[in-house]
Design a protein around this ligand. Structure first.
Ligand code: CP
Length: 407
């Protein structure tokens, strides 16, 4: 049995998978590996099942580049590649599940670049976008994504809904559920609100940003845009990972769900993440996330290969966090002089909306060859198509996606 334990440990290390997750994926038994170490007896058929899983998962050639990948050969088969009903956070995902969504998105990037951008994959399904906070990019890209996949898409804006008459979040969710939505996309100002709704409805729920918690599709689209840019620069790794890449995230880290999701996503993909903010805009205890903390932007840029700028989230600030926007730009704005401190090909990112002339100068936001801000928006549609497609496969009875339990 020692051989099998070593094989599992080696497999988990190579694929960035926890042993708990391994047990859950293979046998729907989270403590399986720890019990095996403690001497649990298992049948020879179970040993065979475990070895078959590891063989199928890695494929004959191991990891392959995203442009050559056979998804079936690189990831667990069928629904085991993404055994989640909802997409609530990056924190809930294993590295291979992130890579799976990124690779699924590639087909939609290609479709979206054609003159006719239509698939019938989700024909007959109803998707409700329930936005309790303002949005341009996320709302529109989820709407476009659903429509390009052939679904019926309905947008619920809280400002024009019965929320204004005092209806609770839970009652709103139950109402949407009664309309037999096939997926509900939710943005809400309170951390954890989307997860709460997930427990009240029968269909997949996608988090489009909840308070200061997470914005998972933003991190996924950022990773996809970054992967494309690195491929263009000839710097992409063949396994789709960002191993060793130094990324500096600068801005209002305290109030940012984008920062949180990106830290988790970039680290899962092997990047070294630095965060930079004035002390008042840096969350207490963030070092527990394994990031390097900076309060001086010049130092945070030294050696940076990617810089991701975040806006000041004034709508979430309770009080005065900075002396003035002018002072903030002076210390934390990305200017041409500052960019020169980073690596020569440093990639510039911003999730939007931007406050030009505050956290980023206009000429830097629009810098050709370096800024990928509009690419991020383009990738947002493809990522959201991938998420809607993958999360509705079980309900659509896609072969191989009907088995197993959601986690
Ligand atoms: N990046 C982002 O979430 O933008 P919106 O608020 O416009 O959706």
């Amino acid at each position: 049995m020692t051989d099998l334990i070593e094989e599992i440990a080696d497999f988990c290390t190579r694929h960035g998978m926890s042993e708990t997750r391994f047990g859950e994926l293979v046998l729907n038994d989270k403590p399986f590996v720890s019990q095996l170490r403690a001497g649990r007896d298992i049948r020879s058929s179970t040993v065979e099942k475990i070895r078959a899983f590891m063989r199928d998962f890695a494929g004959p050639g191991g990891a392959v580049s995203p442009d050559q990948a056979s998804i079936g050969g690189r990831f667990p088969a069928g629904g085991r590649a993404f055994p989640h009903r909802d997409l609530l956070s990056i924190g809930q995902l294993e590295t291979h599940e992130i890579l799976f969504l990124l690779e699924e998105a590639e087909q939609w990037v290609a479709l979206n670049r054609q003159a006719t951008k239509h698939s019938d994959a989700l024909a007959g399904l109803t998707i409700i976008n329930a936005f309790f906070e303002n949005s341009t990019r996320t709302l529109l890209s989820f709407e476009i994504a659903g429509k390009r996949l052939g679904a019926d898409v309905v947008n619920m804006h809280a400002a024009q809904s019965s929320v204004k008459k005092g209806e609770t979040l839970i009652d709103t969710a139950v109402t949407l559920n009664a309309m037999r939505a096939d997926a509900i996309v939710i943005r809400h100002g309170s951390s954890g609100a989307v997860g709460l709704i997930g427990g009240k409805v029968d269909c997949p729920v996608l988090n489009a940003g909840d308070g200061q918690h997470e914005h998972p599709t933003q991190a996924l689209l950022d990773a996809l845009a970054l992967r494309h840019k690195l491929q263009q620069q000839g710097r992409a790794s063949s396994d789709g990972m960002f191993n060793g890449l130094t990324v500096t995230i600068c801005g209002d880290i305290l109030h940012s769900r984008v920062a949180r999701s990106n830290i988790l996503c970039l680290q899962a993909l092997g990047a070294k993440v630095r965060v930079c903010a004035p002390p008042a805009l840096m969350p207490a205890g963030i070092e527990a996330m394994g990031v390097e903390i900076f309060h001086h932007f010049d130092a945070a840029l030294d050696g940076a290969e990617v810089v991701m700028m975040l806006r000041l989230q004034n709508e979430r600030m309770d009080g005065q966090f900075i002396p003035s926007p002018r002072e903030y730009r002076h210390l934390y704005g990305l200017t041409a002089n500052r960019l020169a401190l980073a690596e020569p090909d440093c990639i510039i990112m911003h999730p939007g909306p931007m406050n030009r002339g505050v956290e980023i100068d206009s000429d830097i936001a629009d810098l050709k060859g370096r800024s990928i801000i509009t690419d991020q928006v383009e990738m947002g549609v493809a990522i959201r198509m991938a998420c809607l497609d993958v999360l509705t496969r079980k309900a659509r009875k896609t072969p191989g996606w009907g088995e197993g339990e959601w986690v």
